[in-house]
Design a binder for this molecule. Sequence first.
Ligand SMILES: C=CC1=C(C)c2cc3[nH]c(cc4nc(cc5[nH]c(cc1n2)c(C)c5CCC(=O)O)C(CCC(=O)O)=C4C)c(C)c3C=C
Ligand SMILES: [Fe+2]
Ligand SMILES: [Fe+2]
Length: 337
Amino acid sequence: MKGALLVNLGSPDSTSVKDVKKYLDEFLMDKRVIDTPYLIRAFVVKGIILNTRPKKSAEAYKKIWWNEGSPLIVLSERLHKKVKEQTQIPVELAMRYGNPSIKSGIQKLVNKGVTEIFLIPLYPQFAMATTETIVVLANKIVKKEYPNIKITDFPAFYNKEDYISVLSNSIQKHLEETKPEHLLFSYHGVPERHILKSDITKSHCKIDGSCCNTPSPAHEFCYRHQCYETTKQVAEKLNLKEGTYSTSFQSRLGRDPWLQPYTDQTIENFAKKGIKNLAIVTPAFVSDCLETLEEIGMEAKHSFEEQGGKQFSTIPCLNDDKAWATTVANWINNWAK
Ligand SMILES: C=CC1=C(C)c2cc3[nH]c(cc4nc(cc5[nH]c(cc1n2)c(C)c5CCC(=O)O)C(CCC(=O)O)=C4C)c(C)c3C=C
Ligand SMILES: [Fe+2]
Ligand SMILES: [Fe+2]
């Protein structure tokens, strides 16, 4: 029997410093997130980051937390419910870090008699720190605990026509309402070296991004190329004029260089240049979360307004949008045919 597993990033169990610390420990000790040798990672994460960050992050989580829990988890559950309503096969939801775990998701499917799992990492663009870590962990669990189960993973869907279409429609609706002077596509960043590590050709990708418009097999796993491509395809679909939209990268952690331009600096520069009405869309995330609701919806908005900007609007992630749930259900149903 066939079944599907939707996997998102995860959130702390609560906004307590203890739970945030536990979550960040699991997240940041993942060698595909902080990709240094183990001893350096342990020193940096356990010796430095976990001493200060959990308190700060817990405060940020408190600002966005809902009565039902973490927005990312609640919105993923709502999407899961709508997807289940549109398919005959069992579908479970799991998180890469925290709860519900990937192991529990697989166990629930196995309990229902599933022997073939369609694994859908809920990330439009491939990254070592997102798609790859999910695929690796799910396969590791299956190999160890359920050797007779087969897994098929769904690749990054950054350029799939149906995804581009639902994303574009959600953006279009917002643009008609707010009529911004500029639309910023802000993607979660990754350290620059992650781009080089994911280059399967070992020679295509360049730190400065000059490679991303030259076709290459490397792009199947190039986060930066895939982000640019999502922006490009949405811009084409919506007929956006050159110069009225751009791409930037947010949520940098630490001192190493991450993908640029940085969102916070870009937004400040727009305000300083006299842009008054700015809209932001965050297509690396399919569910609103700390990084969209707090970092963009609160921090970035504040900085834009402080520098003279007047109207700063955030376009919600696809969340449990009806057409988006139908798109995910279609992927599952086509695979299960
Ligand atoms: C969308 C894809 C994501 C990539 C790529 C990614 C990479 C990445 N993230 C960190 C560090 C942190 N990220 C944090 C939160 C967070 N990150 C993503 C997604 C991606 N991260 C999401 C959806 C969230 C929000 C989770 C939620 O509960 O709402 C955090 C925790 C919050 C904080 O303290 O700021 C950290 C830390 C690294 C190092 C990284 C490297 C590639
Ligand atoms: Fe590239
Ligand atoms: Fe992150």
